[in-house]
Design a binder for this molecule. Sequence first.
Ligand code: T46
Length: 134
Amino acid sequence: MKDYNTPFIIEFPKIGKSDLGFISIAEKENLPFVPKRIYWTYYTPEDVERGGHSHFDLQQILVAVAGKIEITTELLNGEKKSFILERPNVGLFIPKMCWRTMKYTHNAVQMCIASNEYDEKDYIRDYNVFLETK
Ligand code: T46
């Protein structure tokens, strides 16, 4: 059975071929939660690190629909991982209670498929508070 407490890569189906172009589709069979919100970030300067927070409850899937994103994750059990997203049909599932940072190429467009609506109270933005949250 899939472990939804740890980050993992999701490969979405890719239909098409290089002389015509491609389409990728996130059907419910490929999604670990029912999405409530989709948003995207772009034109992040290359010297800026985003993230630096965890969520109490929100689960997300990040996709680099363009460009390249370097992501680090850390769980409360101390497990740290690094991921590179640079294919538009590949996403990263980020579970709740997972500290993350992201760095972007300037052309990167990050689509975030989110399990909940926006709620600033769902964020933990202080790393020490994150480490103390059990
Ligand atoms: C995440 C990573 C992967 C809103 O007002 N509404 C929204 O729906 C969102 C997502 C953000 N905001 C405001 C809150 C902040 O003042 O936009 C500002 C930047 O948001 P945040 O600090 O979440 O930005 P990132 O790029 O560090 O994080 C984003 C997601 O928002 C976050 O949930 O986990 O991408």
